[in-house]
Design a protein around this ligand. Structure first.
Ligand code: NAP
Length: 499
């Protein structure tokens, strides 16, 4: 069930917000400590959903500034007005002698950490006369969430439990999978009542928390930072459209060894995860199996968990090759038959310059060489480019040689030209010649300055969206074993990046 806290300061605005929140929430929490001189009669008369009345003191992270007697008196008044629930702090519950028809949520908040003794704290709360206990801690690492899930898994008392903070966001999404009774979500951004609270729109429409249950499979993105990833929109959108009971969340992880241990010890059952900066290379040491192409590239962006056995893949490489082949086919009359009568890639034999030697550059270099291309690397850090060329078996030159080169296909794999530096060019525009194919893996913006200049000069152009869509499709298929229509993925991504 989803609960939206009301955080307005006046009775008038709180009533307005109560009505708005009731359209989305299953339960609404009236935060009396936010309201100056709360008019409980008027507020409770407007309820369209069950209401939790809370009057949180400063010592438990609330806003109430009056004395303790007047704070408790407001809660007693809520009881006399038949509030559905009151939330009372564990150290004040003794002051409520008779809850009449109102149910007691006895709460514990810790804004600093997830203490070692959460089981003992939970057990004490259950003995306090509570109908429901609420245990809310702060996550300082992603594994703090897993401890909350373990607790929820073993208790048989109605419990609301989750972690606060950015690192705790996954517990707000996943707690119903482990039996957590309530998920708090803000009515809008800026209206959060606790750190890390997601909006009701995110909880309901992106993560579909109402559908999360014990059978929901968990996927996610492992990286640091991850907050701005569009992965949850893509994968959860595809889960929804394919009718799959699964959810994709963001795992901001600093120490991957603890995270992987939790998966292997089955403390946290994660079926698969995408991997991003800075863990694409370091994850390899934790895998049981690695796809040969990912091993050559030295970077993994997808991990699948087969009953505790972790297998790593790189979907950037096949996605980039697929996007480029599709672009070249209409211009490649010799594509159909190779010398042996077999299908030959339109990439085979092409003179290709890759700008960049980072993750995307490596994926492209190995993929293109595998297709028989004549590849040259150019990178700002020449030594890094040279290392890649040696590993992949191709050439490496310095930027100043670019002007003299005969190029069929130019590929930018650097972040030059990416938002916000959209006016930057990774190469001088004078090297762009009619008939050349120019591929920019940057997808934000969709049409980079490099592609605009290339189009003006009569080049065939390819933006990074096709590759981005394909790598997401391949990842989804590895995760679920199900095909996802590419058009569906394209439409989800197009909406997100405005193309
Ligand atoms: P990365 O591993 O950090 O590599 C960055 C590359 O860009 C390095 O070669 C780096 O050169 C170069 N670079 C960065 N700033 C530069 C500058 N100011 N001038 C010249 N070169 C510069 O990053 P990545 O993961 O490969 O990603 C690179 C770009 O590809 C990003 O824009 C990313 O969004 C995009 N990408 C797109 C897709 C897709 O599906 N379309 C997939 C993956 C990545 P040094 O070695 O000299 O530092």
């Amino acid at each position: 069930m989803i609960c939206i806290p009301i955080t307005e300061r006046s009775n008038h605005d709180a009533i307005k917000e109560l009505k708005e929140a009731s359209k989305l929430a299953d339960i609404v929490e009236l935060r009396l400590d936010y309201i100056e001189s709360p008019d409980l009669n008027a507020l409770l008369k407007e309820r369209a959903r069950p209401i939790i009345v809370t009057n949180r003191p400063k010592r438990q992270g609330g806003m109430f500034i009056g004395d303790e007697t007047s704070r408790i008196d407001l809660l007693k008044k809520a009881i006399s007005l038949n509030a559905d629930y009151i939330d009372i702090e564990y150290d004040s519950v003794g002051k409520i002698k008779d809850a009449a028809n109102t149910k007691l949520i006895v709460s514990y908040h810790n804004f600093n950490e997830t203490p070692k003794d959460i089981c003992k704290i939970h057990s004490d709360l259950t003995k306090s006369g509570a109908h429901i206990v609420k245990l809310v801690t702060f996550a300082n690492s992603i594994t703090d969430n897993f401890r909350i899930f373990e607790l929820l898994n073993v208790v048989d008392f109605p419990t609301i439990a989750f972690c606060m903070g950015e690192l705790g966001q996954i517990s707000r999404i996943l707690s119903p999978k482990f039996g957590g009774k309530l998920v708090f979500a803000s009515l809008a951004r800026g209206k959060e009542s606790a750190p890390g609270q997601l909006t009701a729109d995110e909880i309901i429409n992106v993560y579909r928390v109402r559908q999360v249950n014990r059978k929901t499979e968990v996927y996610g993105l492992l990286g640091n930072p991850v907050a701005h990833s569009i992965g949850p929109y893509i994968h959860n959108g595809a889960f929804r459209e394919n009718g799959i009971n699964a959810v994709y969340v963001l795992f901001r992880v600093e120490d991957i060894s603890c995270f992987i241990d939790s998966i292997k010890d089955k403390k946290m059952d994660i079926k698969g995860f995408s991997v991003t900066i800075p863990h694409k290379e370091s994850i390899i040491g934790f895998l049981d199996e690695i796809d040969p192409i990912a091993e050559k590239i030295g970077a993994v962006n997808t991990v699948v968990n087969h009953n505790g056995k972790l297998s790593g893949y790189n979907t950037d490489c096949p996605a980039a090759i697929d996007a480029l082949e599709k672009t070249l086919i209409p211009f490649s009359p010799h594509f159909i038959k190779g010398e042996m009568g077999d299908l030959q890639s339109p990439i085979c034999g092409k003179k290709i310059v890759i700008i960049g030697a980072g993750g995307a550059g490596r994926a492209l270099a190995f993929g293109l060489i595998g297709k028989g291309a004549d590849v040259t690397i150019i990178n700002r850090n020449y030594e890094r480019g040279l290392d890649l060329s040696k590993a992949a078996g191709c050439n490496c030159v310095r930027f100043d040689e670019l002007e003299k080169m005969d190029i069929d296909i130019l590929i930018n794999t650097t972040s030059v030209g990416m938002f916000p530096d959209v006016d930057k060019l990774p190469v001088p525009d004078t090297i762009l010649k009619k008939g050349m194919t120019v591929f920019d893996v940057v997808y934000n913006p969709v049409e980079t300055r490099l592609l605009r200049e290339a189009k003006k000069r009569g080049c065939v152009i390819l933006n990074g969206v096709e590759m981005f869509v394909k790598q997401a499709v391949l990842q989804f298929e590895l995760f679920t074993g199900q095909e996802v229509p590419i058009e569906l993925m394209k439409s989800i991504i197009a909406k997100l990046i405005n193309c």
